[in-house]
Every structure is written in structure tokens, then in C-alpha cells.
Design a protein around this ligand. Structure first.
Ligand SMILES: [Zn+2]
Length: 290
């Protein structure tokens, strides 16, 4: 404020100029006499320039802050979450109790750092329910949102399809609004992939039997993804090509192959990084750490 008052004084009062020339201005080829202001010799031109630069920088900082707030809010406003307790799942409150959990936590932290460094690939976390997959996958999303520069989303499959179906009867929001947000985000974690197909244990068992019998036997009772689900995932995965993705699923590879369109299967099974949750004790038998 004091500086703004000074600016006002410079522009409204008669300047008390000295006979000295400002060296800074002189170096730029400008002849500007200095003045006495508040007992000090200053160059009015340089002084105003400094004032201008400071205001310009303050405005820039303000807009940068606004953008940062908007980026972080994207995660909270557009993520689709089925279980609200997952929102508190972070690396700090994932306490490993066996070797596999330790490895998976380290892996997940590495993927989070990679995504923050703008590396772009798909990581798949697979294994039985209640093994901490969702916890670690959410922790990746949280870590990138807090410490990265990327826009992040966490999408639960069951909520996604519920939301998409609800748009059929709505005029103010369309399916594309949801899909476009998912496509636009820099990092997206898909949780519970395959959960809307029905009981995953049943699916996995039948898929495994079929797989072990080398294609002999009955697999037809297994619920396959509908054309609508395949098309939706294709739209999303096509749109997200070359971006950072995380997929958490209870399904084994054989079930994914059987239940989904080959184009989706190849995206998931052909991923560069995988974390498996096989030997981890079922976390749901214990109270959650948060
Ligand atoms: Zn000057």
C-alpha cells in the first residue's frame, strides 16, 4: 500500500528532481533525472517500473494459485467413488504386514512418483477383494493430486455405469460429459474393474476351469460384458491412449479375456506394470486402518 501511495505521489505531485541522471536508465539510453523522495534519491521511472513489476508478479501468483486450486478440485469434484472411506486411503495409513504388502506399497509409491514425473503408462493391480488394492490405488491418485501438476480422477466402475445410465433420462447432463472428463484427466485410476459383471469369484472360478480344460467345458454361464460396457471402455481407453492409467481388478486374466472384447483385453493384459495381491491376508477381516 505504501508503494501504491508513492506511485500516486509521483503521478500527482510536482517532482523534486535533482541534477543527477539515473544510471540504470542511462544504460538503456534514457536520460532521466533522479528525485528526492522520502529523504532518499530515487529514479521515478525505475521506481514506477518496480511497482508495476511487483503488481504484475502478484497477479501472476494469484492466477497460478487459482489454477492449482482448480486442478486439485478436479479430483474431488469429478471422481466417482462408491465407498467414501476410500477417500482417506493414503500411503501413510497403509501399514504393510507381510512381504507382499511391503513390495506392493513400494511399487505403488514408485508408480505415483513416475506419474508425477509425467511418465505415461498403465499399471494393473489384480488379486482377490479386500487385499488392499483399492487402498494403494487410491493412494497413488492422492499422491499425484497433492504433489504433482496433473489432473487426477479415481473412478469406481459401479458408480461410473450407474452415472452413465442415469444420464439417459436427463437433459442437463449427457454420457459424454462424464466420459470426456475421464478422457481429459492426466491420470485416471479405475477401481473395481469388472465388478459390475457379477460375482467375481464365480466368474474367476468358471474362467479358470475353462482355461485349465483348454477351452473344453461350459463357460457360457459366465456373464460377459455387454456391448454397451465394451463400447464405453473402448471410448475411454482409446481416448486415454498415451496417458497414465491405473486399473484395479479382482478378475484373473482368463476371466478378463473371456468377459471383455479383445481390444479391451489386450489393453489390460498388455500393460507394462502389474502388481499382484495373492498372499496378502484379507484386510476386511481386520478393522480398517483409518
Ligand atoms: Zn531509472
Amino acid at each position: 500500500m505504501i508503494q501504491l501511495q508513492a506511485t500516486e505521489m509521483f503521478t500527482t505531485k510536482k517532482l523534486n528532481l535533482t541534477s543527477n541522471l539515473c544510471e540504470v536508465c542511462q544504460a538503456k539510453g534514457i536520460k532521466q533525472r533522479t528525485m528526492i523522495f522520502q529523504g532518499e534519491e530515487v529514479c521515478p521511472k525505475c521506481y514506477l517500473q518496480k511497482d508495476h513489476d511487483r503488481l504484475f508478479e502478484e497477479c501472476n501468483q494469484y492466477y497460478k494459485g487459482e489454477e492449482e486450486r482448480k486442478r486439485k478440485a478436479y479430483f474431488h469434484n469429478h471422481s466417482l467413488i462408491s465407498d467414501p472411506t476410500i477417500m482417506r486411503a493414503a500411503f501413510e495409513n497403509f501399514i504393510p504386514e507381510c512381504a507382499e504388502e511391503r513390495t506392493n506399497k513400494e511399487q505403488a509409491q514408485l508408480h505415483a512418483q513416475n506419474f508425477i514425473k509425467n511418465l505415461k503408462y498403465t499399471v494393473v493391480a489384480s488379486g482377490d477383494a479386500g487385499r488392499g488394492k483399492s487402498h494403494l490405488m487410491h493412494a497413488i491418485a492422492e499422491e499425484v493430486n497433492e504433489n504433482g501438476k496433473q489432473t487426477v480422477l479415481f473412478i469406481s466402475e459401479s458408480v461410473l455405469f450407474k452415472k452413465l445410465k442415469s444420464t439417459f433420462s436427463k437433459k442437463d447432463i449427457s454420457e459424454d460429459d462424464y466420459l470426456q472428463k475421464i478422457i481429459d484427466a492426466d491420470v485416471v485410476i479405475f477401481d473395481d474393474f469388472g465388478s459390475t459383471l457379477g460375482d467375481y469369484r464365480d466368474i474367476n472360478l468358471k474362467a479358470l476351469e475353462f482355461h485349465n480344460a483348454q477351452g473344453e467345458g461350459d463357460i457360457t454361464s459366465l456373464q460377459r460384458a455387454t456391448k454397451y460396457m465394451n463400447d464405453t471402455y473402448m471410448t475411454i481407453f482409446d481416448g486415454r491412449q498415451g496417458k497414465a492409467n491405473g486399473i484395479a481388478t479382482n478378475l484373473v486374466g482368463a476371466a478378463i479375456s473371456y468377459c471383455y472384447d479383445q481390444r479391451i483385453t489386450s489393453r489390460i493384459l498388455g500393460c507394462k506394470a502389474a502388481m499382484t495381491f495373492k498372499n496378502t491376508p484379507d484386510k476386511r477381516k481386520k478393522p480398517l486402518p483409518f
